[in-house]
Design a protein around this ligand. Structure first.
Ligand code: GLN
Length: 196
């Protein structure tokens, strides 16, 4: 069996080694006997609609705004999301899945609206190590590096990924969000490499 991993705009969204998530997923898929095809989609290129797993990384505020605009105009990630494809989204990638996030001037910018989250500004930028205990049973503590100015608020239907033990995460004692086939997180490291 083969799976297709689509890395969305790795040059725009790929701070702190987030591209390593794709390498780690590919390696782990191999351990499970799965072959993988990796499609790196540069900004401006069409996003394939038939991927199994889409990966978005972190980015600067302006890159994040450009990425949101490109993904919305393309439309294929929305189609993939609607049919239940898996999404792993880190930091800027996580924030842009929601209703809005701050742009480089602090002004609220329209997100993709895939999941019911909203991001505004933290009182102080979160920079440093982040540790959080997952709410899914049986998983060990998650660790990573965070560097973001956004505070992310979840709507009623969106569960947090974890509870913060050290660091900031979403800014309310929780870290990340999950809706079943979507995982959003502030964990860099890369997150999958640090938390196999
Ligand atoms: N630009 C966003 C923020 O500062 C995300 C940062 C990142 O992806 N590291 O909140």
């Amino acid at each position: 069996m083969s799976i297709t991993i689509v890395s969305i705009y790795p040059a725009l969204l790929g701070t702190y080694g987030d591209a390593g998530n794709v390498l780690a997923l590919r390696h782990r898929a191999g351990l499970h006997g799965l072959t993988t095809e990796v499609v790196n989609v540069a900004a401006g290129e069409p996003i394939p609609e038939s991927g199994d797993l889409y990966v978005l990384g972190g980015g600067e505020d302006s890159a994040q705004t450009a990425a949101a605009r490109g993904i919305r105009a393309d439309g294929s990630l929305r189609a993939a999301f609607d049919r239940g494809a898996a999404l792993l989204a880190v930091c800027a990638g996580y924030q842009l899945l929601g209703e809005y996030f701050p742009d480089a001037t602090g002004k609220s910018t329209e997100g993709l609206g895939f999941i019911d989250i909203r991001t505004d500004r933290l009182p102080r930028r979160a920079v440093g190590e982040l540790a959080a205990d997952p709410l899914l049973p049986g998983l060990p503590r998650l660790t990573g590096y965070e560097n973001h100015g956004g505070a992310t608020h979840r709507g009623a239907g969106v569960a947090p990924l974890a509870e913060v033990v050290a660091g900031v995460g979403n800014g309310d004692g929780t870290e990340g969000a999950t809706t079943g086939h979507v995982i959003g997180t502030y964990l860099h490291g890369p997150g999958i490499g640090r938390n196999p």
